[in-house]
Design a protein around this ligand. Sequence first.
Ligand SMILES: *Cc1c(COP(=O)(O)O)cnc(C)c1O
Length: 456
Amino acid sequence: MTSPLPSVDALLRDPALADLLARHGHALATRAIRTVLDRHRTTLRTGTPPPAAATLPAEVLAEAAALAAPTLRRVFNCTGTVLHTNLGRAPLSEAAIAHAALAMRDPCALEFDIATGRRGERDSLVEPLLCELTGAQAATVVNNNAAAVLLMLAALAGRREVVVSRGELIEIGGAFRIPDVMRSAGAKLVEVGTTNRTHARDYEAAIGPKTAALMKVHTSNYRVTGFTAAVAEADLATIAHAHGLPLICDLGAGSLVDLTKWGLPAEPVVADVLAAGSDLVSFSGDKLLGGPQAGLIVGRRDLIEKVRKHPLKRALRLSKVVLAALEATLLAYRRPDRLAQELPAFRLLTRPLADLHAAAQRLQPVLAAMLGASWQVGVIETAAQVGSGALPDQSVPSVALACTPAGSSGKALDRLATRLRTLPVPVIGRIADGALLLDLRALDDEAGLVATLTAS
Ligand SMILES: *Cc1c(COP(=O)(O)O)cnc(C)c1O
């Protein structure tokens, strides 16, 4: 019996697929053809009639295009979480993108002192700027804040003890737990106090001959409220320094500026934490800073030198692309009055609610037309999150398009979420209270969203 499906060779010679080989090469073209034929063979066995011969080339072209396309794709962040870790955290500024592109495209003076013609140090690209913006004596940068914490502990406390409050033994997403990081760094964790209350005397009592440092961890993704007590940085610094020990601080998000000036919830400012007496402070590049993924360490020169000399520093160093983006991001902080224009993360977080309402009014009919009569699309006020563990108990007011099914099919919301994810540019919302919400706080490209919603 002859197969109702053409052979791979026949399809490779099909004039309708003449472009395919030129565009994708023989290996990928063959793979696309095999995938499409296999799919039809499977459905033929279930009794489905064979496809019309004329439809196969189009299927093969679509398959080849899908195979050739990158896996990392752009999406619309309508989750209501601005610095969404799973969606890439902070969007970069145009200046950072341009500077990173320069570093990618052309040779650049990464470890080269143009003035002297001698070998340079890559940290020096951002160190003076970080010192200027935080008041630190010295600074260094690594791959992310988890790496920064690991490196600080390894360099300062290897085989010795670090004292941390039980109220600060945090786990953040992606298996970063302070006790585990401590172990990986070769330091011994000494827990003091209780989950809700830790006092100065607890730290005092824990200090002994093996103590290398006191550590404060910013409880970024949760809050202990009620009957609580914690020791402020300044008091902790006094205790540490009285014993000749450094105070290390993992700030998590950390901010270079006082966010309350933009009407945002307060988050510790790096310069304040240093001024309070912390000797080393680490924070993320892609959280509230609004830059690329990086871990920034600022503080005392002698301690930064130790950190820089540790072998792990080389293993955790930043690429030229990230360094370039980070430098451009930091440069924006020289003009704090323009941060909301320059840095997208700031722009999104500070957009007035009225702007979001106006956008919602424009988008509502577009979405309603796309979804048809079986859905109701309303506009509601929501509580958006900064994200990335920053300011967890405080939200930023926002506006969302709320899609509710006309019937009460439980699966309808999930099906709609799936449908939105299969749009040309996937739209990622969230399901809450019987509705699928498209939150507009983190949406930067309204025209793009309209285009993708109307493309279907
Ligand atoms: C986010 C965070 C980290 C990890 O930072 P990354 O830059 O994601 O590696 C570490 N500690 C705290 C307190 C954090 O909030």
